[in-house]
Design a protein around this ligand. Structure first.
Ligand SMILES: NC(=O)c1ccc[n+]([C@@H]2O[C@H](COP(=O)([O-])OP(=O)(O)OC[C@H]3O[C@@H](n4cnc5c(N)ncnc54)[C@H](O)[C@@H]3O)[C@@H](O)[C@H]2O)c1
Length: 385
């Protein structure tokens, strides 16, 4: 049977534009689907540069205005890989045009925007997904399986960190290409919406909803030159954030993120402690799951380092032989594979825009709590399973 073509229109060709394009290129070689990805068009503002990108990655055509891309009849999926301040406008227009949407995280700049995005995709009944790719690291999925099998029992603690060190230099400007993350008008927030959003999404998936939070944030460098205006301007983002929370299941959460932890580049770690067992995971060693099972015989009880590379581990049967590991980019390949499988089976892959909204509600509560100094309730949303 001929495969159904799925024609992609990618908007943005930076870091994520490359990660997504690589996933589209690889997925059909490793995963079965009734659908076939076609790299139909890529859109960015600089015509010469976008032509070079299209030639390198195999896109058939280019656009320099995302509205034109969305208006095209030969695009089935709009992939949003641009800074956060553009997500809502593009996604809502794409939904109105009846396109499926793959949107980068965080879903939006605020819950208000995210709610409109959810309403738009639900009204248009179009497939939608948010690129929270860490849900697709095999070792993290193994952790999810162990929780769902009841091997941890009651969960007491959830702990996550996301630590970086790239903004310590006060001479680093804010705004514009590459530095839009330091400009609150383009990013919405700092580490909370950028890095903790990942930790929150994984936590909601592994451990369920968050009830309330108490947070602190800090902006260590208060003013930076703005690349676009050339003027020294106030910095509106949070450079660091730490928060405590109660999960709806009664467990306690502790989260920390910063771009001022000298020596750490992308240290995303998480740990879950249950009544029978615990596990921890570390992005710098992403193919391993550290596992402690109190049910083991006392003399042999200890932390096991599971090398998640065997064919009975999540996704791994599609790759190499046991013992050979895969890496960061594969999480995006897995996300596309799951999206295609969702289209094949009619059981949509997650996280969808509703799940993205759930994370945005937590981000918002964290930022509000940091401002008020008070425990703050998190607005609840019905999530996907
Ligand atoms: N899932 C993840 O792990 C992950 C990692 C990094 C970034 N992100 C998210 O992906 C998005 C993009 O981040 P990035 O790191 O790729 O940024 P980037 O700066 O590397 O790339 C952004 C791209 O958007 C383009 N762009 C900006 N305005 C545009 C417009 N009006 N029309 C068309 N193109 C435009 C820029 O030219 C650039 O190519 C952000 O929302 C970010 O939070 C997610």
């Amino acid at each position: 049977m001929a495969k159904k073509q799925l024609r992609i229109g990618l908007i943005g060709y930076g870091f994520m534009g490359r990660a997504h394009s690589n996933a589209y290129a690889k997925v059909g070689h490793f995963f079965d689907s009734d659908h076939e990805i076609v790299l139909q068009a890529v859109c960015a503002r600089d015509l010469e540069k976008v032509k070079v990108f299209a030639a390198r990655w195999g896109y058939k055509s280019v656009e320099t205005d995302w509205r034109k891309l969305i208006a095209r009849d030969d695009i089935d999926v709009v992939d949003i890989a641009v800074p956060n301040n553009l997500h809502a406008e593009i996604a809502i227009a794409a939904a109105k045009a009846g396109k499926m949407i793959l949107c980068e995280k965080p879903l939006a700049m605020s819950p208000k925007e995210a709610e409109k995005m959810v309403a738009a995709v639900e009204k248009a009944k179009v497939a939608n997904m948010v690129w929270y790719n860490y849900r697709r690291c095999p070792a993290v999925v193994l952790g999810k399986q162990l929780i769902d099998e009841g091997r941890l029992g009651r969960v007491f603690h959830y702990r996550a960190n996301f630590l970086q060190d790239w903004t310590i230099n006060p001479d680093l400007p804010q705004g514009g290409a590459a530095l839009w993350r330091l400009d609150v008008k383009a990013a919405g927030s700092g580490v909370t919406g950028d890095l903790l959003a990942h930790c929150i999404d994984t936590a909601l998936w592994l451990n369920g909803g968050i009830k309330d939070v108490t947070a602190m944030t800090e902006t260590f460098v208060k003013e930076r030159k703005h690349t676009l205006t050339g003027k020294v301007e106030k910095v509106g983002i949070d450079d660091a954030c730490a928060f405590l929370c109660h999960f709806n299941n009664g467990s306690l959460g502790l989260f920390e993120s910063t771009r001022y932890a000298r020596g750490h580049k992308a240290l995303y770690t998480l740990e879950v402690n249950g009544e029978h067992a615990s596990f921890r995971w570390d992005l710098h060693d992403l193919h391993r799951l550290q596992w402690f099972d109190h049910g083991n015989e006392g003399r042999l009880r200890g932390w096991n380092s599971i090398h998640v590379s065997d064919s009975d581990h999540p996704y791994l049967k599609n790759w190499w032989v046991p013992g050979l590991q895969i890496g960061y980019e594969h999480s995006f390949v897995h996300q596309v594979a799951d999206f295609l499988q969702g289209l094949d089976t009619g059981k949509a892959a997650l996280p969808n825009f509703r799940d993205g909204l759930a994370t945005d509600y937590v981000v918002d509560a964290v930022l509000n709590s940091a401002k008020s100094g008070r425990w703050t309730k998190v607005k609840q949303v019905k999530q996907g399973k």
